[in-house]
Design a protein around this ligand. Structure first.
Ligand code: T1G
Length: 696
């Protein structure tokens, strides 16, 4: 045997136990001994049945993602070879499923004759999130267990299902309350006694018959499932491969699945999405916070402000299982805040994503007050008040007067200097920024803004709390706009110049949506409200030729039916407005600028390249620990297309030398600092370096 596979026997049943911490990934070093153990069980006449189980917290959670791109991934015995070996056994093979049985793990389990699941188990095929499709028969076997419509939805969404749902759908044959392995052995013994035949999943076609007669229902389900795949190859490949399971014999469909998998795994989109998988986990590893640092206990949270941000933040904590006290200046403000919270949960109930019971439980987790003293038992107090330093400092003084020793004092500021806020208290080591993104109960990104005095255990607590409330936390340093908003500023710096020189709002927005963003900057401004930027500029004594003129016309965006676009009859669909085109032309004339044709590539170079440049500056200043942290910020907070892996990953693919050359060109042409290549970016370009090769 090997350290990764042990075999024991119980009454004629061979129990093959896998042990490859932390998640029993199907690594090459595991596949070899596992293949041998299955062969041995097959050839041992005293073995009447086999149970395949895993030690640790989960059954196999998939192929080893870190092997992709290396020869190990496809080295024999491959996962498909293991699956066909399992299916070939003439004796019953039972998979004992617990934890998160995902991807190749579920494919392995579906290659067993039967599956017995622990009641807390989850099963799924999340390969699509890695820019892949299940590459070891998942798209061909799952439809044989659940029917093709259910299978295509599960595979294209990549969303796992629980044990009860898996039993109802036909993925597993039994769900057990306790002692999974013993129950699986009993199940195997029963099947062995019955004498079979033990029909492999690949030979079960009964659930494909209806679709073979009429593909309409399947095609409709596939169309629905793939409608949001915008520019990504994997979702369409998943649907095609499930369709092949219907229309082709098993072996042919399996071969085509392998072809599709090989194509996807070597493509940039999957490389980008696999990069993001590990990047998200790297982001939780903060340099300088060693294993000796212990997190503080957070059992109760206080939120100051029941507006859009405060209410959303409060919901995020309650959704993560923490009781929350919301403080506002008046009962009327609290009433408004709780009415919005109630409405938001009501929408989730109407959509079926929350039960009435769960809604009631969550609503019961809130308490409300107008008295700061009621926050004295909170372990974390976060303010989400008006974005004005004097207001924040005043609120912090009130918080500090009541907060218990050791409580964490957090600000939700999106731009302001966290060090200045901390310095205004007597306990700067307890102060941290928790920058949520609106709507805070939905958006995944949480920028954890570490002040120069913030204690290490406070940072660690914030990281773990972020993951507990299902956010994607990234630790960032203090500067104007931290990471995300600072780069957003760089991306928008030259937009007006592009309009004045010849581009239109709709052309620029199309370039962004073609790039993979959900919407372009002007549609985004109209959604958020042009008046916010207008007020911000005025507070900073800044002007914007077109933005100010549009606001002076009372055009604030969707909320006024007009902004950079028209929104007719309450529609949210932006329509180009000749009035805006005329305004831009007039401003161009006033400034004596000759309008010209502007290429899409020029728009990319004058918006996305400065973003990358600002990211390089952020790395030089150590505001972000690593380039992949910047990618995680932009994917989870600003809708950067996952198929491009984030701005820094994409920059490596675009070519750093090309980026620096064009930044130099636009810097020479416009004189704008946003185009002046950061020294780090220039040195990487000149030495053939890459952001990917940089470590924290
Ligand atoms: N391969 C390699 N490493 C993995 C891994 C995997 N499949 N899953 C997790 N890890 C590492 C992870 O990087 C982290 O490392 C540690 O394990 C704990 O993970 C052929 C092609 C299982 C739900 O997509 O969803 O099968 O940071 O922090 O929060 O068709 O990990 O400690 O060094 O996430 O408890 C399909 C991916 C693969 C599942 C556990 N499977 N994993 O979550 O722990 S492709 C997946 C997860 C495939 C076949 C195809 C989660 C988890 P480190 P963690 P967790």
């Amino acid at each position: 045997m090997s350290e990764y596979v042990t075999v024991t026997h119980e009454g004629g049943i061979a129990i093959i136990m896998i042990d490859n911490p932390p998640v029993n990934a199907m690594s090459f070093h595991l596949r070899q001994p596992l293949y041998k153990a299955i062969e041995a069980a097959r050839d041992d006449a005293s073995v009447e049945g086999v149970v395949l189980a895993c030690a640790g917290r989960t059954f196999v959670s998939g192929a080893d993602i870190s092997e992709f791109g290396s020869e190990k991934a496809l080295a024999s015995p491959s996962l498909p070879e293991l699956c066909s070996l399992l299916e070939s056994l003439p004796k019953p093979v039972v998979a004992a499923i617990h934890g998160t049985t995902l991807g190749g793990g579920l494919e392995l389990a579906m290659s067993c004759h039967y599956r017995v699941a622990d009641k807390g188990a989850k099963v799924g095929l999340p390969e699509v999130k890695l820019g892949l499709l299940p590459g070891a028969g998942g798209t061909i076997r799952l439809p044989r267990l659940t029917g093709p419509e259910t299978a295509v939805k599960m595979i294209v969404s990549g969303t796992p299902i629980g044990a009860a749902q898996a039993l109802a759908a036909g993925v597993v044959d039994a769900v057990v309350e306790s002692d999974l392995t013993a129950e699986a052995v009993k199940f195997a013994k029963g099947k062995a006694t019955e004498g079979g035949p033990h029909i492999p999943v690949s030979a079960r076609d009964d659930k494909l018959v209806a679709a073979r007669n009429d593909l309409a229902a399947f095609d409709a389900a596939a169309k629905e499932a793939t409608k949001k795949s915008r520019g990504l190859d994997a979702p369409l490949a998943c649907a095609q491969s499930v369709r092949n399971a219907i229309t082709l014999p098993f072996d042919e469909a399996l071969a085509k699945e392998r072809e599709l998998f090989i194509k996807l795994v070597s493509g940039d989109q999957s490389r980008a999405q696999r990069h993001l998988f590990f990047a998200e986990r790297e982001a939780a590893k903060v340099p300088g916070i060693g294993k000796d640092v212990q997190p503080r206990n957070i059992a109760k949270v206080g939120v100051i402000g029941a507006g859009t941000m405060g209410g959303g933040i409060a919901m995020a904590f309650v959704n993560g299982g923490l009781p929350v006290t919301i403080l506002e200046m008046s009962d009327e403000a609290l009433d408004r805040g709780f009415a919005t919270i109630e409405k938001n949960y009501g929408i989730s109930v109407s959509r079926g994503s929350l039960t009435e019971e769960a809604k009631a439980k969550r609503m019961a987790s809130f308490s409300r007050t107008t008295d700061y003293a009621d926050l004295s038992d909170c372990d974390l107090i976060i303010e989400a008040v008006f974005e004005e330093m004097s207001v924040k400092k005043d609120v912090f003084a009130k918080i500090e007067a009541v907060a218990k020793p050791g409580a964490i004092l957090a600000t939700n500021t999106s731009y302001l200097d966290v060090d200045a806020i901390a310095a205004n208290t007597s306990r700067p080591q307890d102060v941290i920024g928790l920058h949520f993104f609106s709507p805070a109960n939905v958006m995944k990104l949480l920028e954890i803004v570490r002040g120069k005095e913030t204690a290490a255990d406070v940072v660690l607590t914030a990281l773990q709390l972020g993951r507990k409330i299902a956010k994607v936390p990234v630790v960032v340093g203090v500067c104007h706009g931290f990471v995300g908003n600072r780069m957003l500023g760089a991306r928008g710096e030259d937009l007006e110049a592009l309009l004045l020189e010849g581009a239109s709002p709709e052309q620029i927005d199309r370039v962004f949506t073609d790039f993979g963003f959900v919407m372009g900057p002007f549609a985004m401004w109209d959604l958020a409200g042009l008046d916010i930027g207008w007020r911000n500029r005025k507070s900073l004594g800044k002007t914007a030729v077109i933005g100010d003129a549009v606001c002076e016309m009372g055009r604030f965006g969707q909320k006024t039916g007009k902004g950079m676009y028209l929104y007719e009859n309450g529609s949210r669909t932006p329509k180009p407005d000749p009035e805006i085109a005329a305004l831009i032309e007039d401003k161009t004339k006033e400034l004596g600028i000759a309008r010209r044709e502007i290429s899409d590539q020029e728009i990319i170079e004058r918006t996305i390249y400065p973003m990358v440049n600002e990211g390089a500056r952020i790395l030089e200043e150590k505001i972000a620990a690593r380039p992949s942290d910047i990618d995680i910020v932009w994917i989870n907070g600003y809708g950067f297309p996952v198929g491009k892996g984030g701005p820094m990953f994409w920059a490596d693919l675009e070519g750093l030398s090309k980026i620096v050359a064009q930044l130099d060109h636009w810097h020479a042409k416009t004189g704008k600092a946003v185009f002046d290549p950061a020294p780090l970016l220039r040195s990487l370009a000149e030495t053939g370096g890459s952001f990917a090769a940089m470590k924290a």
